[in-house]
Ligand binder design. Structure first.
Ligand code: HEC
Length: 116
């Protein structure tokens, strides 16, 4: 009986250890091996999640994300807000977009914000 308890304790300590060490690894490294397309990848993300509050006529917080030039000029702010890092979390009120979506924007920026 005691053994069982000790074993379950060890098991939970192990689980805790695994989940903690996983946390320390941090965000999944961004895999930018494929070229991100502005028109096929980035614009649809902005259209689906941001433009309702951030287009030319309604630039909430002063940000317009309705064109290549506008997204390109404000890419760092867009990324920061999606990651809630240095900017308020967007989309407003959350939840945050999936990591894979955020990574696309990150790759697009790393790849030089191509107008492709
Ligand atoms: C439901 C409306 C809404 C949606 C959707 C939305 N935003 Fe916003 N956003 C706002 C408002 C309102 C503000 C101004 C907030 C304030 O000043 O407190 C803002 C502010 C911002 C800011 C400035 C934040 C800061 O801390 O200065 C950025 C950057 C931004 N939004 C990016 C985005 C991006 C990128 C998306 C899509 C992923 C998005 N927003 C989606 C309403 C929205």
């Amino acid at each position: 009986m005691k053994r069982k308890i000790i074993f379950s304790c060890l098991f939970f300590v192990g689980l805790l250890f695994i989940s903690c060490s996983k946390d320390k690894v941090g965000p999944t490294p961004v895999d930018c091996t494929t070229t991100v397309s502005f028109s096929n990848d980035i614009m649809p993300i902005m259209q689906a999640n941001c433009i309702s509050c951030h287009d030319q006529g309604n630039a909430s917080g002063g940000f317009d994300f309705s064109s290549y030039n506008a997204v390109s000029a404000n890419a760092a702010a867009a990324l920061g807000s999606m990651k809630n890092s240095g900017y308020q979390l967007m989309p407003l009120g959350g939840p945050a977009l999936p990591d894979s979506t955020i990574q696309k924007l990150e790759c697009w920026i790393t790849q030089g914000k191509l107008d492709n």
